[in-house]
Ligand binder design. Structure first.
Ligand SMILES: *[C@@H]1O[C@H](CO)[C@@H](O)[C@H](O)[C@H]1NC(C)=O
Ligand SMILES: *[C@@H]1O[C@H](CO)[C@@H](O)[C@H](O)[C@H]1NC(C)=O
Ligand SMILES: *[C@@H]1O[C@H](CO)[C@@H](O)[C@H](O)[C@H]1NC(C)=O
Ligand SMILES: *[C@@H]1O[C@H](CO)[C@@H](O)[C@H](O)[C@H]1NC(C)=O
Ligand SMILES: *[C@@H]1O[C@H](CO)[C@@H](O)[C@H](O)[C@H]1NC(C)=O
Ligand SMILES: *[C@@H]1O[C@H](CO)[C@@H](O)[C@H](O)[C@H]1NC(C)=O
Ligand SMILES: *[C@@H]1O[C@H](CO)[C@@H](O)[C@H](O)[C@H]1NC(C)=O
Ligand SMILES: *[C@@H]1O[C@H](CO)[C@@H](O)[C@H](O)[C@H]1NC(C)=O
Ligand SMILES: *[C@@H]1O[C@H](CO)[C@@H](O)[C@H](O)[C@H]1NC(C)=O
Ligand SMILES: *[C@@H]1O[C@H](CO)[C@@H](O)[C@H](O)[C@H]1NC(C)=O
Ligand SMILES: *[C@@H]1O[C@H](CO)[C@@H](O)[C@H](O)[C@H]1NC(C)=O
Ligand SMILES: *[C@@H]1O[C@H](CO)[C@@H](O)[C@H](O)[C@H]1NC(C)=O
Length: 841
């Protein structure tokens, strides 16, 4: 085999060698997926089997040709010289598949260019393909042939090499040269430059981080945005530089984080917001303040944080509270609370009960500090003047609030021999004054003594002349002796605490020997009611003295009495309260009876027992018929202060007082009330309405007929009335009315309405006859009228009406007459208010 260079020289020389240089630019998207523009070289006079042909091609060229498209086929058919054996192409059956040997790709259906009836595989082993160049028939079509046959070699040489284009391109063959087809995103002759996008710069309040695999902001550069604290991205966080030279998204921006809007500050307070960046956004702060008297509940300021949340809620203002007040003991309190109980601006007024004095402020107000203007005032009992014991007396005071305060009672008492000149007790009243003046202790007074005739008296007084403690010394003129007794030259009388002198006043008598001479004995006794104290006899001694002083007669004492319950007692007597001769008068309080008198007799006993105060009685009450009574008897049945309440059973009405009280006079405040049956309005049957104008129709309504039962009384509670209508009419309303316990009928009185389908029936006449005065003559007239009515009634179809007045007792007669003459049934004779009657049919 000749080398290719020799063959070429030989061909040139022989002018047989045609060297064809041909370039076909093929579509990049052709079936083979590569550039198929070749430089073709071929053998002309040297035919080879397929394998040798391929080897020949690969020795000096790239490979055996791979036919890819119609243009190439047409071109080859035109340019190649005719070879009777035709040419091999680089298509061979591998594993029963037609395969391009250069690219090891299977033949696709679209690229097939078989001659008619091929591949026919005649014989066996037709595994290689020839191209019919300039054959005349099936030109440039393919045929399968045995590979051992010898044919021309058809070769190609490629222009592209590894270094022709950059890594971002595909090398495309064209006629005698190549072009670099850039991958998307690349440009330049060798596609070495990446397409550039716009420069991206840091957003406000943020930053951007970019990755540039193929150059600054060039194809496939990616940029990541970040925002400062408190800001958030607006837009895509990542940008990607596309092959088009544009970013896939617009550049992002950083927007300040927004907190929820705060519409208003706290009620009763204010909100002051500062917004350094924007309203209610990151770093905005709001301060809360409350009005005077209100406390802030919650934080005093909140801030919008970097996450867009407020650090707290809007605080609230609550009214300042002062703490509850309570009224002082024995006092009252009344508060006005405009903003709530015991809260700021609340004010409370204080007052004391009778007999107590307010100490402190009468009115407290709750301040904004939560304090009352002062502490709660106190009610102190009124103070009366301080009392001191009277001379010769003592004082004993006691009371709930101290000796001399409201309600205190003081009792005065005197030493022996002294008497109170007034009542013993006094009380400190609600006005702060004593109920009466303090009494004095006055010395008991003894009878006034006078000098006896022929004698003189010489008294020494401790508590006043002839008062308790006074001592009086009697002496007689010469020749006279006291009481004529020689041995009593003077006598010493002392005024006792009882107000009595220790002795009788002596007399100065001339000494007479006969009667009271030596040996005389005197016996003394006391009057009735008095008891003798001392010795009841004395005798004249030999010395002319009486053996014993004269005795004293003291009044007898009766038992000490006390006031009866509900009464008082007043005792007085010459010799003391409960002594002989005393009289005690008893009296009773209002509402109690029996006054009486008792006297201390000479026997030292009371003339009668102390009476009792008996309560006044009013006599028994009984409940009214159909009624009930309930009494409260604080002092006994039907007695003074008893009170009785009255009520009636259902359907009855109380007439009179609901409550009677027993007076101190023994009388009830009123007489017992009565229970009266509840009355309903009297029911009168309805008057038929006057006939309507078209005279052919009968009256539209027919008064209902009423049947009442009165279990308790005429048209009274529980009365029941039944209503019905005559034939041809129906009842509009209730059939039954009952009288309720309120005196109302249970429903409205019904009316009778004409049945629509019995017009004929109801068109018959309704006759009213009202008759005035009844008389014998009237009866005759009536008979005539009755006949006339009958006659008129017989004229059917013509509506007529007859009205005549008759007296009530004539009514039945007339209806009877009409009944006979017309055969109609009388329904009722009713009384009408003026005494006349009417009847209807
Ligand atoms: C193949 O063809 C090319 C281009 O026409 C040419 O330069 C070359 O010499 C040829 N090769 C041979 C061996 O003829
Ligand atoms: C061609 O492809 C076939 C199967 O597709 C494979 O078996 C064979 O090894 C390939 N040949 C070459 C040279 O790549
Ligand atoms: C072949 O193409 C390359 C790139 O397109 C170009 O630089 C070169 O000049 C071309 N060569 C010829 C001989 O045209
Ligand atoms: C461009 O980026 C895409 C997606 O990240 C990737 O698949 C592709 O390989 C990249 N191309 C280049 C040339 O870097
Ligand atoms: C609100 O607060 C600002 C700053 O603390 C202060 O200057 C301004 O007077 C306040 N406004 C009111 C109405 O309190
Ligand atoms: C927000 O407030 C903080 C602290 O008060 C300050 O450091 C920061 O600069 C403020 N941010 C802005 C964007 O004003
Ligand atoms: C704010 O109020 C809501 C609803 O009343 C409550 O659920 C939340 O806990 C409050 N937040 C704060 C910070 O007090
Ligand atoms: C308490 O005093 C205030 C102011 O003097 C007055 O307005 C208020 O009515 C008073 N309240 C009472 C309960 O008296
Ligand atoms: C009179 O009697 C009293 C008491 O009995 C006695 O104290 C007093 O001294 C007497 N006076 C004379 C003058 O005897
Ligand atoms: C006098 O008293 C004595 C005893 O003291 C008595 O027995 C006598 O009866 C009394 N005489 C008269 C008259 O009462
Ligand atoms: C009757 O009236 C008096 C005074 O109004 C009252 O105190 C009493 O409780 C009443 N009694 C009854 C039984 O209602
Ligand atoms: C029934 O009576 C009522 C009230 O009296 C009245 O309004 C109503 O029209 C009557 N109905 C008929 C059908 O007449």
């Amino acid at each position: 085999m000749l080398p290719w260079s020799n063959y070429l020289r030989q061909s040139l020389y022989n002018r047989l060698l045609v060297i064809l240089l041909m370039t076909i630019y093929q579509d990049l998207t052709g079936e083979t997926g590569g550039v198929q523009a070749w430089t073709y070289n071929y053998s002309v006079n040297q035919n080879l089997d397929w394998d040798s042909a391929r080897q020949w091609c690969r020795q000096d060229y790239t490979d055996m040709v791979a036919i890819q498209n119609q243009e190439e086929i047409v071109y080859l058919n035109t340019m190649l010289p005719k070879n009777s054996q035709y040419y091999w192409i680089g298509l061979r059956k591998v594993n029963e598949m037609w395969t391009w040997t250069g690219t090891n790709k299977t033949l696709t259906k679209e690229a097939e260019n078989w001659a008619v009836g091929e591949p026919n595989n005649i014989g066996d082993g037709q595994d290689c393909v020839e191209i019919y160049i300039k054959r005349g028939k099936d030109e440039a079509k393919w045929n399968d042939e045995r590979c051992t046959k010898k044919k021309g070699a058809l070769c190609y040489t490629a222009s592209c090499s590894e270094h022709c284009c950059s890594a971002h391109a595909e090398c495309l063959e064209n006629i005698g040269n190549y072009t670099c087809q850039c991958d998307p995103g690349f440009k330049g002759p060798r596609c070495q430059e990446a397409v550039e996008c716009d420069t991206v710069s840091d957003p406000e309040q943020g930053s951007v981080n970019c990755d540039h695999p193929h150059g600054l902001f060039a194809f496939n550069s990616s940029c990541q945005f970040h925002c400062a604290r408190g800001y958030q991205l607006q837009g895509a966080s990542q940008l990607f530089c596309q092959a088009t030279g544009f970013w896939d998204h617009p550049a992002a921006q950083c927007q300040v984080k927004q907190c929820p809007a705060l519409d208003s500050g706290p009620h009763r307070g204010t909100m002051n917001c500062s917004n350094p960046i924007a309203l209610h956004s990151y770093n905005s702060t709001c301060e809360f303040n409350c009005d005077l008297g209100f406390d802030l509940i919650g934080p005093d300021r909140i801030q919008c944080d970097h996450t867009g949340q407020w650090t707290g809620n809007v605080s609230t203002c609550t009214v300042v509270r002062c703490g509850p007040l309570s009224p002082p003991a024995m006092g009252n309190m009344s508060c006005v609370d405009p903003l709530g109980a015991s809260s700021f601006t609340s004010s409370c007024g204080f007052s004391c009960e009778e007999g107590y004095l307010l100490r402190g402020d009468t009115n407290l107000t709750c301040l904004s500090t939560g304090q009352w203007t002062n502490h709660t005032p106190a009610c102190e009992p009124l103070q009366c003047d301080i009392l001191t014991s009277p001379p010769h007396g003592s004082l004993n005071c006691s009371g709930l609030h101290g000796q001399f305060h409201y309600g205190s009672q003081c009792l005065f008492s005197c030493e022996e021999g002294f008497l109170l000149n007034g009542l013993a007790d006094t009380e400190c009243t609600s006005l702060g004054t004593w109920s009466r003046r303090a009494p004095l202790c006055l010395a008991q007074q003894c009878d006034t003594l006078t000098s006896p005739p022929h004698g003189s008296i010489n008294c020494s007084d401790l508590h006043g002349q002839f008062h308790y403690g006074s001592q009086c010394l009697f002496s007689c003129e010469e020749g006279f002796l006291l009481n004529g007794l020689a041995d009593t030259e003077y006598t010493n009388l002392t005024c006792l605490s009882t107000g009595q002198w220790t002795n009788h006043t002596p007399a100065c008598e001339q000494y007479i020997m006969n009667e009271f001479s030596y040996g005389s004995t005197c016996t003394l006794e006391c009057e009735k009611g008095f008891v003798l104290v001392g010795t009841n006899s004395t005798h004249c001694s030999s010395l002319g003295y009486w053996s014993h002083a004269l005795p004293v007669c003291l009044a007898l004492q009766c038992d000490i009495l006390t006031s009866p319950p509900h009464g008082s007692m007043n005792c007085s007597g010459l010799h003391g309260q409960f002594h002989y001769g005393s009289q005690c008068l008893f009296s009773c309080e209002e509402g109690f009876l029996l006054n009486g008198l008792t006297e201390c007799t000479s026997l030292g006993t009371w003339s009668r027992r102390a009476p009792l105060c008996l309560v006044v009685r009013c006599g028994p009450l009984s409940p009214p018929a159909m009624g009930n009574m309930s009494c409260v008897d604080p002092l006994g049945a039907s007695s003074f202060t008893s009170s009785c309440g009255f009520s009636c059973e259902e359907g009855y009405l109380l007439r009179g007082d609901t409550n009677l009280t027993c007076l101190s006079t023994g009388q009830w405040t009123n007489h017992t009330p009565a229970c009266e049956l509840v009355q309903c309005e009297n029911l009168l049957p309805r008057q038929p309405s006057p006939p309507p104008t078209p005279s052919s129709t009968p009256p539209p309504t027919q008064g209902p007929f009423m049947n009442c039962s009165h279990s308790l009384g005429e048209f009274s509670f529980s009365s029941l009335c039944l209503f019905s209508c005559s034939k041809g009419y129906y009842l509009n309303g209730t059939e039954e009315l009952s009288c309720t316990s309120e005196g109302q009928w249970s429903d409205l009185v019904p009316s009778c309405q004409r049945n629509i389908n019995s017009v004929q029936e109801s068109s018959r006449m309704l006759v009213y006859a009202v008759v005035g005065a009844a008389s014998a003559a009237g009866l005759l007239l009536l008979l005539g009228l009755g006949m006339l009515a009958a006659k008129k009634l017989r004229k059917k179809g013509k509506r007529d009406e007859l009205k005549t007045c008759i007296s009530y007792y004539m009514c039945n007669l007339v209806t009877k007459l009409l009944h006979q003459s017309l055969g109609r049934k009388c329904i009722a004779c009713d009384t009408i208010p003026n005494g006349s009657s009417f009847f209807h049919l």
